[in-house]
Design a protein. Structure first.
Length: 149
């Protein structure tokens, strides 16, 4: 997985707006059903994923940001195979792992989230953009991701 520079400040030359979004490339999350045991206890898959997210956030300069304002979260899930999956089952483990990594103080701050399906990638992956929520929904596609890389 590539290690990208993260808290990016891209200047849009048209209107000079600053993009203060956090961009992360993370491992593919487990489902909420395999992340927890009996709904409350973190499973071994959950611990492995949470530790991997903490490591990636640390390497990508997004560890312990402790954002404490409402955010817009956009996710592109790159499934590891072509099986039919309910993409909503992957969001809660991702948000909980980002909370554990200290990206925000609590996942209840996610005011709005968007989830997109990317192409199938061997091993799976996900890209996440976290932006301050300002009442305006920002688009998030592979083209936007390529622009900030």
């Amino acid at each position: 997985m590539s290690k990208i520079a993260h808290v990016k400040q891209v200047i849009n030359m048209g209107d000079r707006m600053r993009d203060t979004s956090v961009y992360l490339q993370l491992p593919f999350p487990p489902t909420v059903n395999s992340y927890y045991i009996k709904g409350r206890i973190l499973s071994s898959k959950g611990r492995i994923f949470r530790n991997a997210v903490e490591q990636e956030c640390h390497e990508q300069n997004a560890y312990n940001l402790l954002l404490d304002t409402q955010v817009d979260m956009a996710v592109i899930l790159y499934f590891p195979d072509v099986r039919i999956r309910d993409q909503d089952n992957y969001i809660k483990p991702l948000q909980d792992a980002l909370t554990a990594a200290g990206v925000w103080t609590d996942d209840r701050l996610v005011y709005y989230h968007q989830v997109f399906r990317g192409v199938v990638l061997k091993g799976g992956s996900c890209k996440v953009r976290i932006s301050p929520f300002e009442g305006m929904i920002l688009p998030f596609t592979d083209e936007v991701w390529d622009y900030v890389e």
